[in-house]
Ligand binder design. Structure first.
Ligand code: FES
Length: 146
């Protein structure tokens, strides 16, 4: 089994470092409103997309991809309230009714398709930092920064 196949195994704790332009996971790894896929990104690779994050220092940060209404969406795994990871179990990002992303720390909720904060202690108008991805030929790729 190749290393790329190993990263697609459900419940696999390994979080690969994904470079821009490279494959994150296979499309069937993320099912609609189910477990997400966790991975790592370097801020230097996504510099134009990291908003308020100070990327003078090149950091490796956690990220994830989920599927909602058939579309894949990827974000930094970083709450807009406090810079903590969101999932309540590794890869579990959705509320019980599967309509929102919820932060395990203080219950901030975000729209799954835009990352916009909709309730909880995240600042008004804040949102998760969305990563540009592309899904093609049964694979999901992290796009190059513009
Ligand atoms: S850290 Fe996410 S709601 Fe507080």
């Amino acid at each position: 089994m190749s290393s790329s196949e190993q990263t697609n195994t459900p419940n696999d704790d390994f979080e690969p470092l994904i470079q821009a332009g490279h494959r994150i996971c296979s499309s069937d790894r993320i099912q609609d409103q189910e477990e997400g896929f966790r991975f790592m990104v370097r801020t230097s690779e996504i510099a134009s997309m990291v908003g308020s994050i100070d990327h003078r220092v090149d950091e490796t940060l956690p990220a994830f991809v989920i599927r909602f209404d058939g579309q894949a969406h990827a974000y930094l795994n970083r709450c807009a309230h406090v810079a903590m990871e969101l999932d309540w179990q590794p890869g579990q990002f959705f509320t019980n009714d599967k309509t929102a992303i919820i932060c395990a720390s203080h219950d901030a909720q975000y729209l799954p398709d835009t990352g916009e904060c909709i309730s909880g202690p995240c600042p008004h108008g804040s949102r998760l930092i969305k990563l540009k991805i592309e899904e093609k030929s049964g694979e999901i790729f992290l796009c190059q920064a513009n």
